[in-house]
Design a binder for this molecule. Structure first.
Ligand SMILES: Cc1cc2nc3c(=O)[nH]c(=O)nc-3n(C[C@H](O)[C@H](O)[C@H](O)COP(=O)(O)O)c2cc1C
Length: 354
């Protein structure tokens, strides 16, 4: 059956308007990234992972707190942890802050996370994984979902046994990133595994891994029968990729459009993180936005060296003066800041992944 990326679907009672989901990425999926993703056609956006254990260990190093605003919905907020009680409490807070979906991270391969029994460790402990999902599903009225890897070790097929058990425990959808935790981000995502999972469960499956173009999105959906594809690295500094996937036309943004999106992103990041944190956080985004042959390499190198975000904005406007009216229009469309909810009891993890 031909797949239509613009066809709505649903997770539990939550309608998702397109078949593209913007991935959770620690150190990337800040509010500015999520709301931009929605604007470019992602049907669902996800937060980076927030720590359920943060309630108990308030002094851990964190990346700040999530903000949720009216233009992000439908929004999944991802929580991680291993203690069912703490996860249930985190889920209630996340729901109260406006999450349409509570997603649980069972895929993070980072040792600091797995050694606490959370993230990908749960792939190897089905009983503990199911207790977490049951507790979270009981705690909230919104649908709860799980994002997993294939397992911890290379060649693991843990996902295939665990998936149906998580559904029985209350998961309303599953995302599979079919790499092992050991693989991290190397090799290829093996979507033959996604197809096997789709055949095993009667809830929507989201396919994550190596979806960077419309062709790949369509091929993965057709090959696997998944309800949607998730885009992570392909959307870094490249929201146009999402529009291209959904609308099927090639969008090569002009320099003005690139500069305008980046300026808005910078200002939003500063508002969310504060200038000091934003300076470091944004450096990788400069490379992502200004690459793809959009600006000459020396320009990119010059921008990365600048000391303040205001200097970067000034330099971008000097390089692309036509960006100013575009920025004005984009900023005019942003919702009022007072409509925002700050989720200030659950720290964003600095050790994300999945
Ligand atoms: C920088 C980075 C941070 C990530 N952080 C998270 C995270 O917090 N939670 C999660 O479930 N997955 C996380 N992931 C995994 C992605 O959501 C996605 O499953 C993976 O990158 C494969 O998709 P891709 O090939 O489109 O990048 C992260 C990936 C990257 C590259």
């Amino acid at each position: 059956m031909p797949v239509n990326l613009q066809q709505p679907w649903a997770i539990g009672g939550v309608e998702v308007p397109t078949r593209i989901v913007l991935a959770p990425m620690a150190g990337v999926s800040i509010q500015a990234f999520r709301r931009q993703g929605r604007r470019f056609g992602a049907g669902l956006v996800c937060s980076e992972m927030v720590s359920a254990a943060g309630i108990e260990h308030r002094n851990e190093r964190t990346f700040g707190y999530l903000r949720v605003s009216s233009d992000e919905h439908p929004l999944a907020i991802q929580i991680f942890g291993s203690d069912p009680g703490a996860m249930a409490e985190a889920a209630r807070m996340v729901e109260a802050a406006g999450a349409d979906i509570v997603d649980m991270n069972f895929g993070c391969p980072v040792r600091k996370v797995t050694k606490t029994g959370a993230g990908a460790h749960l792939m190897e402990d089905p009983a503990a994984a199911c207790r977490v999902v049951e507790a979270v599903a009981r705690a909230v009225d919104v649908p709860v979902t799980v994002k997993m890897r294939r397992g911890v070790a290379n060649g693991s097929r843990a996902y295939l046994e665990l998936g149906p058990q998580l559904v029985d425990a209350g998961a309303a959808a599953l995302t599979l990133h079919p790499r092992s935790a050991q693989q991290m981000y190397t090799g290829e995502a093996d979507h033959a595994l996604t197809a096997e999972l789709v055949a095993r469960v009667d809830v929507p499956v989201i396919a994550s891994g190596d979806v960077t173009s419309r062709e790949k999105a369509l091929a993965v959906l057709e090959r696997t029968g998944a309800a949607a594809v998730m885009v992570a690295r392909g959307a870094q500094g490249n929201p146009w990729a999402l529009r291209e996937m959904i609308e099927g036309e090639s969008f090569r943004p002009t320099r003005e459009e690139v500069a305008a999106e980046l300026v808005v992103f910078i200002r939003e990041a500063v508002r969310e993180l504060g200038e000091e944190r934003a300076v470091g956080f944004l450096k990788k985004f400069y490379g992502w936005y200004l690459g793809h042959g959009r600006f000459p390499k020396p320009f990119k190198q010059e921008v990365v060296q600048l000391r303040t975000t205001e200097d970067v904005v000034t330099r971008l406007f000097a390089a692309a003066p036509g960006a100013a009216p575009l920025v004005e229009r984009l900023e005019g469309e942003l919702p009022a800041a007072e409509d925002e909810v700050l989720l200030d009891r659950l720290p964003i993890s600095v050790y994300g992944g999945g």
